[in-house]
Design a protein around this ligand. Structure first.
Ligand SMILES: NC(=O)c1ccc[n+]([C@@H]2O[C@H](COP(=O)([O-])OP(=O)(O)OC[C@H]3O[C@@H](n4cnc5c(N)ncnc54)[C@H](OP(=O)(O)O)[C@@H]3O)[C@@H](O)[C@H]2O)c1
Length: 263
């Protein structure tokens, strides 16, 4: 798909990666519609990229239909909004589990459901889901987050085949650690020096590549992390042993402490 002149709805557009994604789409000539809860951030970005800002709480089930109606005809959906959901399961209230599922998994599924028919009727479109390398391999302290991100991958793989005959592409983007903006950077967690990272602009460019090239899955992580994740998906038991030796649970503790306010 050529993004020039297309309308793209970006969820989580007030966040670190959402802002970079919106800017990348705007640079390719797309009209961007930005949504999140923090309207002050959205309005400033909308002015910068000549876009529109729509407030929506994605954990409010009744609000999703209204968002789609307000957005109007959309050619591209980037379901990027997410909350970290890090920490041991017994540190979550049931409401916090529900919110992670609603924002990270249910809202992307419902928005895809509500938008795909219009895209097909207008001759085609594209849907991008923001998962995570945690959506391919589990990690300590990421059971709730991983459930939502694995879920997105399964949904997207099936949806891609279902929507292919109707001209609607489906892609999933899997970032690793993003150093300069977003939920990992905000957490203040310190990675071991050998773990390499990527930037928010790398994610924005990956979303553009996924749409323009109709790519099923795009990782945004250095080769070492991508290989480690591939091995972990094939041999989770071995990967868990290696993670334990490398101190993954200490890092998980840093995430839980640094991301608790985003639950
Ligand atoms: N940063 C990383 O290293 C990294 C790595 C892998 C995957 N990811 C994924 O990338 C995506 C973007 O994350 P990020 O790093 O940009 O995180 P972020 O800076 O914390 O931004 C999260 C975004 O989600 C929105 N959001 C949260 N709860 C919401 C709700 N109830 N209703 C509507 N919007 C809500 C936030 O907007 P408001 O607060 O204004 O509502 C914000 O725009 C997420 O899906 C995340 O899982 C990030």
């Amino acid at each position: 798909m050529n993004l020039g002149g297309r309308t793209a709805l970006v969820t989580g557009a007030s966040g670190g990666l959402g802002q970079a994604i919106a800017r990348a789409l705007a640079r390719r000539g797309a009209h961007v519609v930005l949504t999140a809860r923090r309207t002050d951030v959205l309005k400033a970005l909308a002015a910068e990229v000549s876009g529109r800002a729509l407030a929506c709480d994605l954990s409010d089930r009744a609000a999703l239909g209204a968002l789609v109606a307000q957005a109007g005809p959309v050619d591209v959906l980037v379901a990027n909004a997410g909350i970290p959901g890090s920490g041991a399961i017994d540190s979550f209230t049931v409401e916090e589990i529900d919110r992670a599922l609603d924002v990270n998994l249910r809202a992307p599924m419902v928005l895809a459901r509500l938008m795909c028919e219009g895209m097909a009727q207008r001759g085609g479109g594209h849907i991008v889901f923001l998962s995570s390398l945690n959506g391919k391999a589990g990690a300590p302290g990421a059971s709730v987050y991983g459930a939502t991100k694995f879920g997105l991958r399964g949904f997207a793989q099936g949806l891609r085949e279902d929507l292919r005959p109707r001209g609607v592409g489906v892609s999933t983007v899997f970032p690793g650690f993003i150093r300069d903006a977003g939920m990992f950077a905000d957490s203040g967690a310190k990675l071991p020096s050998y773990v390499r990272t990527k930037t928010a602009d790398d994610v924005g460019n990956a979303v553009v590549r996924a749409i323009e090239g109709d790519r099923s899955e795009v990782d945004v992580a250095p080769l070492s992390l991508r290989l480690g994740t591939a091995v972990a998906a094939l041999a989770p038991e071995t990967a868990a042993r290696v993670q334990r030796r490398l101190g993954a649970s200490e890092l998980a503790g840093q995430f839980e402490a640094g991301q608790r306010d985003k639950r």
